[in-house]
Design a protein around this ligand. Structure first.
Ligand SMILES: [Mg+2]
Length: 225
C-alpha cells in the first residue's frame, strides 16, 4: 500500500499522555458521589466526549442506587481536578517524531479529538510541536452530530481535507476511537497500553482489522507492514 493520503491523529493517550490524568479526574469526581471506578470502567470512558462520560458516570451511579447529581454538579467537581492535572501531560514517546516524519513526507494531518476546543488549548499550551496539525475536529465542533464511537469525527476530518476516509490512516488508543475510525472506513492503527493486562482487554474488544502498534516509533508511513 502506498503512503497514507492523510494521517488523522487522536490526541489524548495517542499524542499526549493525558489518559491517566483524565482517569484520575473521573475517579475523584465519582468518589465524591460515593462511587469507586475500577480500571475496566475507566477504560470504557477513554476516548469519549466529556458530556458522554458524564452521562455514563450518572448511569453507573443510578445502577449503584446512589444519588445521581446533575451533569453540572458532576462537572463542577470534575473540571477543576482535570484543569489542575492536564497542563502537566507529557508527549507519548515517539509522538513528536511521528508528526515530524509526516511533515517531512508532506502528508496532510488532522487532529480528531473528543476534547473541546478549550480543553485542547489547555492541554497543548506547552507543546509547540503540535502546532503543525492545523486541521482539527473537536468534541464540541459545530459540524459534529455524534462523538466517538460514532464515525462522524473521522468522516468530518477526511471531508475537511477533501479526501476519502478510506485513504486516510487513523491513529487511536481507545476502544471508542478505534470503533469510530473503523466505522468511518479509515485504516486504523491502535496504540496498545503498556500494561499487558490492559492490552489483552483492549485487543479482545477491538473491531476486526485494526493494526496493533506497541510504540509510535515503529510506524512505517510508506508501507502497510
Ligand atoms: Mg485517545
Amino acid at each position: 500500500m502506498a503512503r497514507p493520503a492523510a494521517c488523522l491523529f487522536d490526541l489524548d493517550g495517542l499524542l499526549l499522555d493525558t489518559e491517566p490524568l483524565h482517569g484520575q479526574a473521573w475517579q475523584q469526581a465519582a468518589r465524591a458521589f460515593g462511587l469507586e471506578l475500577d480500571g475496566t470502567r475507566l477504560l470504557e470512558l477513554r476516548g469519549r466526549r466529556r458530556m458522554d462520560c458524564a452521562e455514563q458516570v450518572q448511569q453507573w451511579l443510578a445502577e449503584a442506587a446512589l444519588v445521581v447529581p446533575t451533569t453540572a454538579a458532576l462537572l463542577a467537581v470534575r473540571q477543576p481536578i482535570a484543569e489542575r492535572l492536564l497542563p502537566a501531560a507529557r508527549p507519548i514517546p515517539g509522538a513528536p517524531e511521528l508528526l515530524a516524519r509526516c511533515q517531512a513526507l508532506g502528508i496532510p494531518m488532522a487532529l480528531v479529538t473528543s476534547s473541546s476546543r478549550q480543553a485542547v488549548a489547555v492541554k497543548t499550551a506547552g507543546h509547540p510541536w503540535l502546532a503543525g496539525i492545523s486541521e482539527r475536529v473537536f468534541g464540541d465542533d459545530a459540524d459534529l452530530k455524534a462523538g466517538k464511537p460514532a464515525p462522524d469525527p473521522f468522516r468530518l476530518a477526511a471531508r475537511r481535507l477533501h479526501l476519502p476516509a478510506e485513504h486516510c490512516w487513523a491513529f487511536e488508543d481507545s476502544l471508542a476511537g478505534a470503533r469510530s475510525a473503523m466505522a468511518a472506513g479509515c485504516r486504523v492503527h491502535v496504540l496498545l497500553p503498556d500494561s499487558q493486562k490492559l492490552a489483552d482487554r483492549m485487543v479482545a474488544a477491538l473491531p476486526a482489522g485494526c493494526l496493533l502498534v506497541k510504540e509510535l516509533g515503529a510506524i512505517d508511513l510508506s508501507t502497510d507492514d
